[in-house]
Design a binder for this molecule. Structure first.
Ligand code: ADP
Length: 176
């Protein structure tokens, strides 16, 4: 089914600290697609039901969030940067990149962010148990879900090259 857009929508997802924002910014710069930080939308458009103190994060109102994003995403060319993916309708999404990282490296990154203990442990468990990868595979067609490693800067470079090449190919395949 050909989507009604001339530029693809990509989700970059994974456990917090895996490198989503770093990748999304670099892909945006290379491809001209727009980096959509879902965290910023949740905060700025108040798509939440308050703040969870233990986990130091917003309690997201998903319906409000989807409403706030819909118009922009349907135009295409969005890189959606968030630690969840299965709330976005399948028809919105052309590629789901799930970033992965070794748990020791993730531990260091989240400790550097001064995560509270409960949140640190929850995220380490989520990475080890491949929660985001499974969520992506359950929500989207197998062929649009790609798992990429994000342990070092060389991997960032090769991941960004790969996503850029994929965007070019998508545009060729979908030009009329
Ligand atoms: P996320 O958006 O998934 O929470 P960020 O992009 O904010 O992750 O990255 C978290 C931290 O880890 C940042 O300091 C970033 O520079 C670093 N980082 C992320 N990915 C890599 C990588 N592949 N190699 C080295 N450092 C990385």
């Amino acid at each position: 089914m050909a989507p009604n857009r001339t530029s693809p929508n990509i989700i970059i997802t994974g456990t917090p600290g895996v490198g989503k924002t770093t990748h999304a910014e670099m892909v945006a710069e290379r491809t001209g697609l727009k980096h959509i930080s879902v965290n910023d939308i949740v905060k700025e458009k108040e798509c939440h039901e308050g703040w969870d103190d233990e986990f130091q994060s917003w309690i997201v109102d998903e319906d409000k969030l989807l409403d706030a994003m819909e118009e922009q995403v349907l135009q295409g060319g969005c890189i959606i940067d968030w630690h969840a993916c299965d709330l976005f309708p399948k028809s919105w999404i052309d590629l789901v990149v799930v970033l992965r990282v070794d748990s020791t490296t993730l531990y260091d990154r989240l400790t550097a962010r001064k995560y509270p203990e409960a949140k640190l442990q929850e995220n380490l468990d989520a990475e080890i148990l491949e929660v985001l990868l499974q969520e992506a595979r359950d929500a989207y067609d197998e062929e649009i879900v790609v798992e990429l490693q994000s342990n070092d800067t060389e991997e960032i470079d090769s991941n960004v090259d790969r996503i850029e090449a994929w965007v070019k190919q998508w545009k060729e395949n979908n030009s009329s």
